[in-house]
Ligand binder design. Sequence first.
Ligand code: Q0Z
Length: 286
Amino acid sequence: MSEATHVGSGKVRELYALDPDRLLLVASDRISTFDVVLPTEIPDKGRVLTGLSGFWFWRTRPLVPNHLLALRDDGRSTECRRLEMLPIECVVRGYLSGSGWKDYTASGEVCGHRLPEGLVESQQLPAPIFTPATKAQSGHDENIDRASAAALVGEDRFAEVEATALELYAFASGYARERGIILADTKLEFGLDTEGALVLGDEAFTPDSSRFWPADEYRPGRTPPSFDKQFVRDYCESLGWDKTDPGPELPEEVVAGTRARYVEAFEQLTAIEFDAYLADPTVVLR
Ligand code: Q0Z
């Protein structure tokens, strides 16, 4: 990778510039919980997330163009078109969880959407809502209303992004639901290409950007177990760790259980054997 310049780090991903038009997005096996990256890696986690994003990029191409150019044969690196990213996180929520639930309990609203009274945590919403957030450089993204988001991207672009994000969520959540997974909410990131066309970027419908809930364990009124990280959370809670950096090392059985959950999500959603993906990540998703 000597030809690539490092241009950015996320908690668990790295971004490199390949040339003026192309970036390389590399998903590591690092895992974070309670906002802290743990010292222990989950083998193949980066490959699962890269494969899932690739899968969704292929499946949603008829709905909206995306940044994917190629998956590399390491299974964890995505060559993508360099976009001019919009300065908002495009969140769609079909269920009331996380900051959506928090905002609802405080005000009865989420990002200016007035919701019916009496909803319980994790309840399905009457219809999915678009709930944009600011992109915080550090710390947490802040939910914003339609007017604030429109001020950041323009009225027309806002309307386009909202409609597109809702369409993508409807497609992916319907698809996942048929395979036993509730896609409670998701965060999408869009950019503009050199022509000014809207393009889906970053990652798409992975457990790191979305809440995946096993449908058969879903109970309104409770916080559902996280599809991928529940073993890690439960283990961390059992230690009485104060949730500040550094986090604890994970024991082998927690690593193995968590890896199995990622692979299960991949196989359940894509109907592709993970071993087949590992053997040839560049063809198996098309
Ligand atoms: C994505 C991020 C990561 C750190 C910028 N196609 C694109 N064009 C321009 N910019 C981006 C993309 Cl995906 C872009 N991020 C998020 C990813 C490490 C930050 F792997 N930042």
